[in-house]
Design a protein around this ligand. Sequence first.
Ligand code: COA
Length: 142
Amino acid sequence: MVFAKIVETEKELQDAFFVRREVFVKEQGIPQPLEIDEYDESATHFVAYFDNRPIAAGRVRFTDELVAVVERVCVLPDFRRKQIGILMMNCLEDFIHGSEIRKVKLNAQTHAIPFYEKQNYIITSPEFLDAGIPYRAMEKTI
Ligand SMILES: CC(C)(COP(=O)(O)OP(=O)(O)OC[C@H]1O[C@@H](n2cnc3c(N)ncnc32)[C@H](O)[C@@H]1OP(=O)(O)O)[C@@H](O)C(=O)NCCC(=O)NCCS
Protein backbone atom coordinates (compact mmCIF):
# COMPACT_ATOMS: atom_id res chain seq x y z
CA MET A 1 0.00 0.00 0.00
CA VAL A 2 1.21 3.51 -0.81
CA PHE A 3 0.62 6.38 1.61
CA ALA A 4 1.95 9.92 1.93
CA LYS A 5 2.41 11.73 5.23
CA ILE A 6 3.87 14.78 6.88
CA VAL A 7 7.37 14.16 8.22
CA GLU A 8 7.28 13.79 12.00
CA THR A 9 10.51 12.00 12.92
CA GLU A 10 14.19 12.27 12.07
CA LYS A 11 13.97 8.93 10.24
CA GLU A 12 11.11 10.20 8.07
CA LEU A 13 13.12 13.35 7.32
CA GLN A 14 16.10 11.24 6.27
CA ASP A 15 13.76 9.11 4.13
CA ALA A 16 12.51 12.25 2.35
CA PHE A 17 16.11 13.43 1.82
CA PHE A 18 16.97 9.96 0.47
CA VAL A 19 14.31 10.19 -2.26
CA ARG A 20 15.34 13.76 -3.11
CA ARG A 21 19.00 12.69 -3.38
CA GLU A 22 18.11 9.74 -5.64
CA VAL A 23 16.05 11.93 -7.97
CA PHE A 24 17.60 15.39 -7.98
CA VAL A 25 21.28 14.60 -7.28
CA LYS A 26 21.82 11.12 -8.77
CA GLU A 27 19.28 11.23 -11.61
CA GLN A 28 19.25 14.90 -12.55
CA GLY A 29 22.82 15.84 -11.56
CA ILE A 30 21.91 18.78 -9.31
CA PRO A 31 24.83 19.35 -6.90
CA GLN A 32 24.03 18.11 -3.38
CA PRO A 33 24.88 21.51 -1.77
CA LEU A 34 22.17 23.11 -3.94
CA GLU A 35 19.64 20.33 -3.41
CA ILE A 36 19.71 20.77 0.36
CA ASP A 37 19.24 24.47 1.05
CA GLU A 38 18.65 26.97 3.84
CA TYR A 39 14.87 26.47 3.69
CA ASP A 40 15.05 22.79 4.67
CA GLU A 41 15.49 23.79 8.30
CA SER A 42 12.14 25.57 8.49
CA ALA A 43 10.09 23.89 5.72
CA THR A 44 7.43 21.25 6.37
CA HIS A 45 8.47 17.99 4.74
CA PHE A 46 6.45 15.13 3.30
CA VAL A 47 7.31 11.55 2.40
CA ALA A 48 5.45 8.64 0.77
CA TYR A 49 6.04 4.96 1.44
CA PHE A 50 5.42 1.70 -0.37
CA ASP A 51 5.95 -1.33 1.90
CA ASN A 52 8.00 0.76 4.35
CA ARG A 53 10.20 1.96 1.49
CA PRO A 54 10.40 5.73 0.88
CA ILE A 55 9.38 6.42 -2.73
CA ALA A 56 8.32 10.08 -2.95
CA ALA A 57 8.93 13.39 -1.21
CA GLY A 58 8.12 17.08 -1.22
CA ARG A 59 8.18 20.15 0.98
CA VAL A 60 6.10 23.27 1.69
CA ARG A 61 7.21 26.60 3.07
CA PHE A 62 5.25 29.72 3.80
CA THR A 63 6.56 33.15 2.80
CA ASP A 64 6.02 36.59 4.28
CA GLU A 65 3.82 37.37 1.26
CA LEU A 66 1.19 34.88 2.47
CA VAL A 67 2.11 32.35 -0.17
CA ALA A 68 2.77 28.63 0.18
CA VAL A 69 5.72 27.49 -1.92
CA VAL A 70 5.75 23.85 -3.01
CA GLU A 71 9.21 22.47 -3.71
CA ARG A 72 11.25 19.26 -4.18
CA VAL A 73 8.28 17.17 -5.33
CA CYS A 74 9.74 13.89 -6.58
CA VAL A 75 8.90 10.24 -7.13
CA LEU A 76 11.46 7.44 -7.60
CA PRO A 77 11.67 6.43 -11.30
CA ASP A 78 10.20 2.92 -10.80
CA PHE A 79 7.07 4.41 -9.24
CA ARG A 80 6.25 7.15 -11.75
CA ARG A 81 2.99 7.41 -13.72
CA LYS A 82 1.14 5.57 -10.94
CA GLN A 83 -0.55 8.70 -9.52
CA ILE A 84 1.92 8.89 -6.63
CA GLY A 85 2.96 12.42 -7.60
CA ILE A 86 -0.72 13.42 -7.41
CA LEU A 87 -1.00 11.68 -4.02
CA MET A 88 2.00 13.69 -2.78
CA MET A 89 0.58 16.98 -4.13
CA ASN A 90 -2.79 16.27 -2.50
CA CYS A 91 -1.04 15.68 0.82
CA LEU A 92 0.86 19.00 0.49
CA GLU A 93 -2.27 20.90 -0.52
CA ASP A 94 -4.31 19.40 2.33
CA PHE A 95 -1.66 20.69 4.70
CA ILE A 96 -1.71 24.15 3.09
CA HIS A 97 -5.49 24.15 3.25
CA GLY A 98 -5.22 23.79 7.02
CA SER A 99 -3.62 27.25 7.12
CA GLU A 100 -5.03 30.64 6.11
CA ILE A 101 -2.95 30.61 2.94
CA ARG A 102 -4.77 30.06 -0.34
CA LYS A 103 -2.11 30.99 -2.91
CA VAL A 104 0.29 28.17 -3.87
CA LYS A 105 3.36 28.84 -6.01
CA LEU A 106 6.03 26.57 -7.45
CA ASN A 107 8.77 26.51 -10.05
CA ALA A 108 8.09 23.63 -12.42
CA GLN A 109 10.82 21.92 -14.35
CA THR A 110 9.50 22.31 -17.90
CA HIS A 111 9.08 18.54 -18.39
CA ALA A 112 6.80 18.48 -15.31
CA ILE A 113 4.45 21.24 -16.52
CA PRO A 114 1.76 18.77 -17.73
CA PHE A 115 1.85 17.14 -14.28
CA TYR A 116 1.08 20.47 -12.59
CA GLU A 117 -1.38 21.63 -15.25
CA LYS A 118 -3.38 18.47 -14.60
CA GLN A 119 -3.77 19.82 -11.06
CA ASN A 120 -4.90 23.24 -12.32
CA TYR A 121 -1.66 25.15 -11.81
CA ILE A 122 -1.17 27.88 -14.40
CA ILE A 123 2.08 29.16 -15.89
CA THR A 124 3.03 32.65 -14.70
CA SER A 125 6.56 33.20 -16.05
CA PRO A 126 8.73 32.70 -19.10
CA GLU A 127 11.29 29.89 -18.97
CA PHE A 128 14.35 30.48 -16.77
CA LEU A 129 17.38 28.38 -15.80
CA ASP A 130 18.38 27.25 -12.31
CA ALA A 131 21.40 24.95 -11.88
CA GLY A 132 21.22 24.46 -15.66
CA ILE A 133 17.63 23.14 -15.55
CA PRO A 134 14.79 25.00 -17.33
CA TYR A 135 11.83 26.05 -15.19
CA ARG A 136 8.64 28.10 -15.43
CA ALA A 137 6.82 29.57 -12.46
CA MET A 138 3.30 28.26 -11.85
CA GLU A 139 0.60 29.01 -9.30
CA LYS A 140 -2.86 28.06 -8.16
CA THR A 141 -5.43 29.31 -5.66
CA ILE A 142 -6.74 26.51 -3.48
C1 COA B 1 7.05 15.09 -11.95
C2 COA B 1 6.82 13.82 -11.09
C3 COA B 1 6.84 14.21 -9.62
C4 COA B 1 5.44 13.24 -11.46
O1 COA B 1 5.21 12.14 -10.58
P1 COA B 1 4.33 10.87 -11.05
O2 COA B 1 4.06 10.05 -9.85
O3 COA B 1 4.98 10.21 -12.20
O4 COA B 1 3.02 11.60 -11.56
P2 COA B 1 1.54 10.99 -11.57
O5 COA B 1 1.56 9.54 -11.93
O6 COA B 1 0.85 11.37 -10.30
O7 COA B 1 0.96 11.83 -12.81
C5 COA B 1 -0.30 12.42 -12.79
C6 COA B 1 -0.56 13.03 -14.15
O8 COA B 1 0.39 14.06 -14.43
C7 COA B 1 0.75 14.01 -15.83
N1 COA B 1 2.18 13.64 -15.95
C8 COA B 1 2.98 13.11 -15.00
N2 COA B 1 4.23 12.94 -15.49
C9 COA B 1 4.18 13.36 -16.76
C10 COA B 1 5.16 13.43 -17.79
N3 COA B 1 6.43 13.04 -17.59
N4 COA B 1 4.79 13.90 -18.98
C11 COA B 1 3.52 14.29 -19.22
N5 COA B 1 2.53 14.25 -18.28
C12 COA B 1 2.88 13.80 -17.07
C13 COA B 1 -0.13 12.96 -16.47
O9 COA B 1 -1.32 13.59 -16.89
C14 COA B 1 -0.40 12.05 -15.30
O10 COA B 1 -1.59 11.30 -15.42
P3 COA B 1 -1.59 9.94 -16.31
O11 COA B 1 -0.38 9.14 -15.92
O12 COA B 1 -2.90 9.32 -15.90
O13 COA B 1 -1.55 10.39 -17.72
C15 COA B 1 7.89 12.74 -11.41
O14 COA B 1 7.95 12.54 -12.80
C16 COA B 1 9.27 13.07 -10.91
O15 COA B 1 9.60 12.84 -9.75
N6 COA B 1 10.13 13.62 -11.80
C17 COA B 1 11.51 13.92 -11.44
C18 COA B 1 11.58 15.03 -10.42
C19 COA B 1 10.93 16.29 -10.91
O16 COA B 1 11.17 16.72 -12.02
N7 COA B 1 10.10 16.88 -10.04
C20 COA B 1 9.40 18.09 -10.37
C21 COA B 1 10.24 19.24 -9.99
S1 COA B 1 9.42 20.75 -10.43
